[in-house]
Design a protein around this ligand. Structure first.
Ligand code: MG
Length: 387
């Protein structure tokens, strides 16, 4: 078995929305296809995946370095001992040849998309959904569905509070029971008003989380923490820069409720530093690393094992995502849950029609691999990439 060809295409994301730091309308994503020489029903078996949502396609890095290295590798440098599946750890090492440690940056999600495509390919070779392949590979008892919440709560130029409430109402009508909204894009007092407006719809503070998207310095993070303490919100996410472990530890020392961060970390060493120096509280605070941002599933699993060795639980890991790949990873690794971004980040964001949202969770569906071909708005892009 060998890789015949690897293709990549940069897709625009449909998301004219704004958090406290970025507008998503310029963002793109790399859709990748790893084509094997195995034929099923007259067609090659192809692994498909994409890199992290909310950043950019990595076409250049992939073509110049990572696709070239995979294509130059001999088959036994990429296959497991049976020769019937790709060894994703070996593929990771092939892609990382001649790469210095550290300085992860954009290469981490370029590599991630390709590594995840090999997971999709392995699952399709077994003709099973990816969560099954993942659970078996890592020896994990999978969960039956992924606990999910609707993430959004954006800023609107007009009728800010009314439209925020409309947005939350829409999510509730879609079957979501827990929610997340943006903070940090307005003055503190205005944001408190937005939280109060959202709570009128959501009902209970324990069903509403807030996300500052890394906007605050220490003082602003503490001021918001103090102002929000009385609400008892579900969690307070990414208050400061992803690498500002000092800020996290200062905040964790005084903020009594749950904190969450980690979605913009790129490596296991980053996560170790967060766990060691960020004041993260065992059994309370959440880790949100994104496998599609941080070298793929192998590195993500190393992060989880490292957290568990330090006394944290995998049920406190809620990867950043809002897409099919995240659902299969959360279910396959038995993690705590993840998010949905209803109505935005198409065509890669959101779930296939076969996935059922309700009762606080989403099911992964029965299609082989990550099931990306079963997602109606993504399927034409995959077809075009393979044409
Ligand atoms: Mg976030």
């Amino acid at each position: 078995m060998r890789i015949v060809e690897i293709r990549e295409s940069a897709l625009p994301l449909s998301a004219n929305i704004q958090n406290s730091v970025v507008n998503f309308s310029e963002h793109t994503v790399s859709l990748v296809a790893v084509m094997s020489d195995v034929m099923r029903n007259g067609r090659p078996v192809v692994g498909v995946a994409f890199d992290s949502i909310g950043r950019y396609a990595q076409s250049g890095l992939m073509r110049e370095r990572f696709i070239r290295r995979l294509m130059a590798a001999k088959p036994d440098e990429l296959l497991d001992e049976t020769g019937k599946a790709f060894d994703t750890d070996k593929a990771f090492r092939v892609m990382m040849r001649n790469e210095k440690p550290g300085g992860h940056g954009d290469r981490a999600h370029a590599v991630a998309a390709l590594e995840l495509a090999l997971w999709d390919l392995n699952a399709k070779l077994n003709d099973e959904p990816a969560w099954k392949t993942i659970a078996r590979h890592f020896g994990v008892k999978p969960s039956e569905r992924m606990p999910v919440y609707a993430a959004g709560g954006y800023y609107y130029p007009e009728d800010n509070l009314g439209r925020l409430q409309d947005e939350m109402r829409r999510y509730r009508d879609m079957g979501y029971e827990k929610f997340k909204m943006k903070i940090g894009g307005a003055p503190l007092r205005e944001d408190i008003g937005r939280i109060e407006a959202a709570l009128k719809l959501v009902g209970q503070a324990e069903d509403l989380a807030v996300d500052a998207n890394g906007r605050f310095d220490v003082k602003a993070a503490l001021d918001y923490g103090e102002a929000m303490t009385g609400f008892g919100l579900r969690w307070y996410e990414e208050p400061g820069d992803p690498l500002d472990y000092h800020l996290m530890s200062e905040l964790a020392a005084v903020y009594p409720h749950r904190l969450a961060t980690g979605e913009n970390l790129f490596s296991c060493h980053d996560v170790d530093n967060l766990a060691l120096f960020g004041g993260m509280r065992r059994g309370k605070d959440l880790f949100q690393m994104d496998p599609a941002l941080s070298y793929g599933l192998g590195e993500f699993h190393r992060m989880i094992r490292s957290l568990e060795a330090k006394g944290f639980s995998r049920s406190d890991v809620h990867p950043h995502g809002g897409h099919m790949i995240a659902v299969h990873i959360v279910v396959g690794l038995g993690l705590g849950g993840s998010e949905a971004y209803p109505g935005v980040f198409a065509p890669v964001g959101g779930y296939a029609e076969e996935c059922v949202v309700g009762g606080g969770g989403v099911t992964p569906g029965a299609s082989p691999g990550f099931g990306l071909e079963a997602k109606a708005d993504l399927a034409p892009h995959i077809k075009a990439l393979l044409a």
